[in-house]
Design a protein around this ligand. Structure first.
Ligand code: FMN
Length: 229
């Protein structure tokens, strides 16, 4: 494989593509098993501090990096934070923002949408979970010489990558929380990120606490989400 460089201006270079063809019976069995496993995924807000093999997280990031992206620009950076002092700093800043949000900034409609989730300004998961993975979206490309180039469909691309990350973590038996303290500007400062990056989500990763609970949510049925024409 070639090393990665921005594709801008490079010629089209097709290569053969022959992925393994899975027999239909195997595909149906694997797909049903995967669907059942994914139905068990829940956002967890109560973590054990039990250690997690870092390779599981690295594998999930590598999976996220296989996501499709606008013009193959892969506009994402993942910052893996284990350092307890940095996690404490992030928690302090996030709780500060969340205090303001929950005490009025969000507005009644938003607060009412959040009520069934039981969330508030306290974010112990930011220091309890062994890892924080902070996902940054590169709003534009930045070359080593400081020149920039446009990124296309950055929101969609990073969203898809994070979906694949969460799927991968779940399949490895890990729990995660997609946390979006708003605004998230403090993350760029605490983690010293370059000017083209903005925080997309903070994802605590670990095993659920022994006494973890989750809100009793019902998912939409296939009839409600799928239109077949
Ligand atoms: C983009 C996005 C932002 C989210 N932000 C937060 C958040 O800031 N805090 C939180 O506790 N949960 C957050 N969540 C988690 C959702 O509340 C959760 O996915 C939803 O309630 C469904 O629950 P489930 O993931 O267990 O199925 C977020 C999820 C997404 C996709």
């Amino acid at each position: 494989m070639m090393t990665w460089t921005p594709l801008h201006g490079q010629p089209y270079q097709p290569i053969p593509y022959h992925p393994n063809r899975i027999p239909v019976a195997d595909a149906l069995a694997a797909s049903a098993a995967f669907r059942a496993r994914m139905d068990e995924r829940r956002t967890v807000r109560m973590f054990s501090s039990e250690p997690v093999p870092v390779q599981l997280v690295l594998d999930a990031v590598a999976v996220a990096n296989t996501a499709p992206s606008g013009a193959h620009q892969q506009p994402w950076t993942f910052v893996l934070v284990e350092d307890p002092a940095v996690r404490a700093k992030i928690r302090e800043a996030a709780e500060e923002e969340e205090r303001i949000s929950y005490r009025g900034r969000l507005g009644e409609e938003w607060l009412s949408a959040l009520r069934p989730l039981g969330t508030d300004e306290h974010k112990p998961h930011l220091t309890d979970a062994p890892y924080l993975l902070v996902v940054f979206q590169q709003r534009f490309g930045l070359r080593a010489d400081g020149t920039t180039y446009k990124h296309y469909y950055g929101d969609e691309s990073v969203g898809i990558a994070v979906g694949m990350l969460l799927t991968s973590l779940h399949m490895a038996g890990l729990a995660a929380l997609t946390h979006t303290p708003s605004p998230m500007g403090f993350l760029s400062k605490v983690l010293n990120r370059p000017r083209n990056e903005k925080a997309f989500a903070v994802i605590p990763i670990g095993y659920p606490a022994d006494d973890a609970v989750v809100p009793n949510l019902v998912r939409k049925t296939m009839d409600q989400i799928l239109v077949r024409i």
